[in-house]
Design a protein around this ligand. Structure first.
Ligand code: G6Q
Length: 558
């Protein structure tokens, strides 16, 4: 195990730090006509442009050296080999096995897990096809029109994001997602649904998470009250879990339970039976294409040399900003409306994986770890937080994700002019995306701003007054990830790219990217306060004065 700051490449990067801070993208592009081709990677039909980063050849090489010296490759290989790289939980990390299409066995403790993976996939196929075809019917004999996934965190964000991303392909029951224990979430969702045609998927690895079990209980009460028979539960509830006993206790037969394994982390679980809502909404075949796309990225990650390895390159660039330059956040802005939950999924993936201050050696790390990941789709963000990206005092690297062409599905809805309208709107989307990346990188100098104001007819004091506000200092880095069109396969590759990028960074920072003790704390703490909020509970004792006071105030106000 290493300390990042002891690695020779880190020290060399530190020695270059002043030069990196002075790095000028305008000059870099002017001096090197090959820069755009030099700093880009292609993966299948996806293009990743990272030429607008604050790197030259030597800096880039040092970042890769850092990844090499941090033994990223060894940890990667150990992950694919099924070693227990989640060291605090003593577990293998094998979401890659869930989408393994190579025919190679994947061994955990000497046993190949692939046969079990195949069995569960086959069950998902059969079940999703039965629901979609109408062969599976509700208690009253009606076919299922709506599914409600009840789950939270990893049992919600991934499938929810994918179902939204693949709306152009949705041809099955409508998928809804309820996660929050705030009763408004469930109630608002159920308000538009018919219990006779609604299927609930209770998704919980542990089947004990407070929010999920509370919502599942309330959903069952709603269904039984409406259909007037406890027996209806069996036709309207299925479970995705690793906890068969708890599923049975809830009243769901094991035949209607889809399992997965403790080597699948929650935030990496959309590829497992947790992806059931995806298979229901877009069909098992397209769910399979999603897995194929992710597998292709897995193969790239395990075999491409570091300098051409997308997750390694993107991970290393993040280390440049987070560690060498000390920036604290990272924006992911899809210019792709259907990726409107993509950043939310990434927030969990990245912040839960690498938001750690203790290293794999049990020591407090002496360097920054995971950034704050945030973002909203463009162009909306342009009318909101982009001000800070362009002219704020904090600098934030940005990932732009954008499709070269619109989805044909939209065009048909808009009448005979549909295709032309959609193409026009999509070109505007693309123009905005590219313009933002360009403006961030190259800014607007004093001289340029002056010329612009003069052209607008300003001069004298008015011009001088406005001038400093019209300057954009530029040198704000971004990556553009361009793909032809958002398809299940492409989406699978994109998600897997970020999964592996997070792993690469965790390896460099020497943290266990696969545990989540911070989440476990939250699960335990609320349990202590809950009984103290009951109307007839004695006054709260213990806690701090603020928490006690708030408990008291809630009881008076409730
Ligand atoms: C993910 C985390 C966490 C988890 C939820 C739900 O990696 O462990 O987000 O997915 O807390 O847990 P259950 O699936 O057990 O309900």
């Amino acid at each position: 195990m290493h300390a990042m700051t002891d690695l020779p490449a880190w020290q060399a990067l530190m020695a270059r730090r002043a030069a990196i801070e002075r790095f000028d993208l305008r000059a870099a592009f002017a001096d090197d006509p090959t820069r755009w081709t030099r700093f880009q990677l292609r993966f299948e039909d996806m293009l990743v442009d990272y030429s607008k980063h604050l790197i030259d050849g030597p800096t880039f090489d040092l970042l890769l050296d850092l990844a090499r010296q941090a033994e990223v490759e060894a940890l990667r290989d150990a992950m694919f080999a099924g070693e227990a790289i989640n060291i605090t939980e003593g577990r293998a990390v094998l979401h890659t096995a869930l989408r393994n299409r190579s025919g190679r066995p994947v061994l955990v403790d000497g046993a190949d897990v692939m046969p079990e993976v195949t069995v569960v996939l086959e069950r998902l196929r059969k079940f999703s096809e039965a629901v979609r075809s109408g062969a599976w019917r509700g208690f009253t004999g009606a076919a299922i029109t709506d599914i409600v996934n009840i789950g939270i965190g990893g049992s919600d964000l991934g499938p929810h994001m994918v179902c939204r991303a693949l709306r152009a392909f949705a041809d099955g029951p409508r998928a809804h997602f309820v996660s929050n224990v705030d009763p408004a979430h469930l109630v608002d969702t159920l308000a538009d649904l018919d219990p006779r045609t609604t299927l609930f998927v209770i998704a919980s690895k542990t089947f004990s998470t407070q929010e999920t079990m509370t919502n599942a209980g309330a959903a069952r009460a709603w269904l039984v009250a409406a259909l007037g028979d406890e027996g209806a539960v069996g036709r309207h509830f299925v479970a995705v879990s690793t906890n068969e006993q708890a599923v049975r206790t809830f009243g769901i037969e094991p035949a209607n339970m889809f399992g997965f394994w403790d080597w699948v982390g929650g935030r990496y679980s959309l590829w497992s039976a947790i992806g059931l809502p995806i298979a229901l909404a877009v069909g098992f075949e397209r769910f399979g294409e999603l897995l194929v796309g992710a597998h292709a990225m897995d193969e790239h990650f395990r075999s491409a040399p570091l300098a051409a390895n997308l997750p390694v390159v993107l991970g290393a660039l993040g280390v440049l900003y987070g560690n060498v330059l000390g920036w604290g956040s990272h924006a992911v802005i899809p210019y792709d409306q259907r990726l409107d939950r993509f950043t939310a999924h990434l927030q969990q993936l990245d912040m839960e994986s690498n938001g750690k201050f203790v290293g794999r050696d049990g020591q407090r790390v002496r360097w920054a770890t995971g950034p704050v990941v945030w973002g909203e789709p463009g162009t909306n963000g342009q009318h909101a937080f982009f001000q800070l990206l362009h002219q704020g005092t904090r600098r934030v690297p940005v990932d732009f994700l954008v499709a070269a062409r619109p989805s044909i599905a939209e065009a048909a809805m808009l009448g005979p002019e549909g295709m032309a309208l959609v193409e026009d709107a999509h070109r505007k989307l693309l123009a905005n995306c590219l313009a933002q990346a360009e403006a961030l990188a190259f800014g607007k100098t004093h001289a340029e701003a002056r010329v612009e104001l003069e052209r607008q007819g300003l001069d004298g004091g008015r011009l001088e007054h406005l001038l400093p506000h019209k300057v954009f200092e530029g040198n704000r880095p971004s990556t553009v990830v361009l793909y032809p069109e958002l398809t299940p396969r492409r989406l699978g590759s994109l998600i897997a790219l970020y999964e592996h990028k997070v792993m690469v960074q965790g390896a460099i920072w020497n943290v266990d990217s696969f545990d989540q003790w911070g989440v476990e704390l939250g699960k335990a703490l609320a349990g202590e306060i809950l009984p103290e909020l009951a109307p007839d509970a004695p006054p709260a004792v213990g806690h701090d004065a603020s928490t006690r006071g708030l408990i008291d105030a809630i009881r008076h106000l409730a």
